[in-house]
Design a protein around this ligand. Sequence first.
Ligand code: SF4
Length: 466
Amino acid sequence: MRRAGVAYLFPAPRRVALSNLAPHYFVNAFRDSHGLDLLFEGEDRSLIDRKRPNEFAVIFVGLSYEPSYLNFARYLHLHGIPILRSDRPDGKFPLIIAGGVAPSLNPQPLLDICDAVLCGEAEPMHGDLTAILNDPAAAREVLPRLYYAAKPGKKPRIAQAAAGSFAVSSHPALTGEGNEFGGRTVLELDRGCVGTCHFCAARHLYGASREADRHRITHAAEEAFKRGKDIALLGTGLESVSYFDDLLDRAIAAGRTVSLSSVRIAGFTPQRASRLAAAGVKTVTLAPESMVVATRKRIGKPLTDDELFAAFETAKAHHFKVKLYLMAGLPDSDSAAEAQAIGAFFAELKDRRLTVPLSLSVTPFCPKPGTPFRGKALMPKKEYERFRDTVQRGAGKLMPQMPVEWFSWRESLLQTAFDRMSAAQGAAFLAVYADGGELRAAEKRSGIRLEDAANETQKKGTAQSK
Ligand code: SF4
């Protein structure tokens, strides 16, 4: 079979995949020059040219979240592409090059699967990727020389785009496919973060805050408004972006609405809230992570209770719904006391008559490579269940109508395990998983228990990141 062309695989269903900006970036960067096409989980053929995965010479794979390694492995298997690199003779299968946030944290488990794992942001890689696509046959010589190409047993080196050198937004040709933002045009405003949260990969992988190019983002927003589209703004510290308020004003002037990924509580001032309300924002996401002041201080998010209640007052004054994000099992915290503090917080919200329409999301803390908490433990499943029961008892009485979302402990286990696996473990586990798609069977047949991978290598996680 003659293989030609390049595809970008995001191993998730199409709508979920297109809610991520990476496929939009790759279409924008390589469709006109190299005919880049898109592949999604659950679809046998590419989106635009209707080609099968095995017909491409090169497949880029975007992996933003560790559990998506499972979908990726299954995808290769279901499309007749051997999982292990050593089972894919040169030229007989597509060259597979992975990247994204998850493998940038720990590329090791993918090293015996992919032909290369590239760590960091795509913009600084553009010239090298162009050279590879111009001559895929020579790629195997080029790839190992790239400083951001992961090496066995080595800490990854991360490619970072300079402030103002990137500007990613929904590709106009893809907005008709829909996304999880109600079909809005999505714009990324910043990377890295002004925050200092010790658990946060965004801060520690991507460094200090960098803004996207103002001119290009503003142009993309204005073009969206002309097409009658509303916008969604993504970023880690939106309210600290120098042109954030200007974008809100432009949306207001155009009669369009805005939705936001989240807003840091420090930037949720009454003036900002008025502007957000005028721009049609209905829901604000606040993420104090813990309801214990001392815990917040210890995790690098030193928010006082007064600041938190002030944010709720502001939300109430502007009729916002609030999505509240908390973590369970934060390092060195007492999870029983943390769970009780959540109930106490809701009781005080009621006393202060601040019960705005509220939803709560709770996720187990995951120790991320490269962060100051990289060597900490994932809380045991039973402890997470006790935490959940205590919160549900307290919140259930006080806020019976409040929707509560509990993120899966198993997904956190997968994240932690893949963040700590070696190349050999990753290859062994994913090769077996690809065959049947069953986690327990994969654990049994590969001899790799996810809990062992997550726990036994705690020290290794610490050492690797030094
Ligand atoms: S504010 Fe959010 S994105 Fe920034 S460091 Fe903290 S958790 Fe990370």
